[in-house]
Design a protein around this ligand. Sequence first.
Ligand code: NAD
Length: 448
Amino acid sequence: MEQMVKSQKQFFLSNKTKPYRFRRKQLEKLKAMLQTYENDIYDALKKDLNKSKHEALTTEIGILYAEINFTLKHLKKWMDKQEVPSPLTHKGTSSYIVYEPYGCTLIMAPWNYPLQLSILPAIGAIAAGNTVVLKPSELTPHTSKLLKRMVENTFDADFFTVVEGDKTISEQLLHERFDYIFFTGSTQVGKIIMEKASKHLTPVTLELGGKSPAIVDKECQLKLAAKRIVWGKFTNAGQTCVAPDYVYVQEKIHHKFVNELKKQIISLYGKKPLQNKDYVRIVNKEHFDRLLGFLNKDQVVYGGKSDSVSLKIEPTIVHNISLNDQVMQEEIFGPILPILSFSTLDEIIPTIQQNEKPLALYYFGSAKKKENKLIESISFGGGCINDTLYHLANPHLPFGGVGHSGIGAYHGQYSFETFSHRKSILSQTTMFDIPVRYPGRKLAHVIA
Ligand code: NAD
């Protein structure tokens, strides 16, 4: 590992990664790599998580193509030095900002979108002119192996390489001195990464998780709200960082809403979701058992069945939940949706404020005043009004958490900026020299 990082640093110091043409070429190679291996990708995602082709395309590969195309379209402009004005005290100077790559970057990825969350940050790192060491998750071994094969066959290891392995390998990697660490995963491991990075004062981006609420108000379009919540929650069997973790529904529409949720589950996943060949499975037995541990049969209003061979759990709705129940104490990260009710927003805002800041928040309703109140009062990474998940697919929006749900953001130009240091340059005139800054000069008339 020491040698690998050393070689990447040497390559970086040769300045080869910095020209626009080099970056562009690597992004084009990355796109061609995904196209060449597209069938292998579908195959690996099917084996690792039982992802259907449709889900793999919409939530993994499609997002990557869109991000590469967007980056290729704008990269030249992003790379331009940015001229800034100078105050009167700086007469004769011109100032500008240069976006400088950090150097050798480490990207650590989770298992839930094992391709997308490995390659999406790499697009930003490459666009910004860095080299990349990628560590995919060991819990999705087929995708991890494929990532290694694809990258090895496409890129020079001094520029972009993949290191496979578990926690032990991650720990070894973290002993090395990287110039930037981009981590996606749990809050718990995020804290370890930050601690390890602090040894070398390596800057980090932490894309973490949390309990993201969906709030369903009485003026919402009920059917559409239920459909979009069911889609956002049960896509990838709830194993999505920005999935609505739980729902707060206004008490007057509680029953109607739960009925609509059931209808939408049947419409999207069928009456027997365990037999639906396209329904995603839980990543492993440990997570399967952890999720079943949340279920109390008296609280299940819909679903609740599971299959320990295929590791599938039905889209499940639970109610009569107290905030002290285990299901409300930690991020669920699976197909279990607790429904709680409220009377007024004023009643739930303090409750949400008391918890750690969520990665996302979703509000379903038409009252602008209430929407503004929620956005103003609750700190969260990002979110949607009358939808779920969709904000993350707009490359013009920064994607990231706040507090325990993360530090920093990426996507589109924000990825480029995340992987760049802003270097400030002031160019001074030699035509004249304003004397006021030198010792012995009277300041009084200047200040006046
Ligand atoms: P995780 O934190 O267990 O693992 C993430 C990565 O860290 C993996 O590559 C793993 O090998 C490595 N790792 C694990 N333990 C480590 C240790 N002790 N030291 C160093 N490295 C270690 O996360 P996960 O289970 O793969 O993913 C699920 C979590 O990720 C959820 O909390 C979810 O919300 C979050 N997530 C966040 C986003 C986001 O964009 N904000 C996206 C996806 C997932």
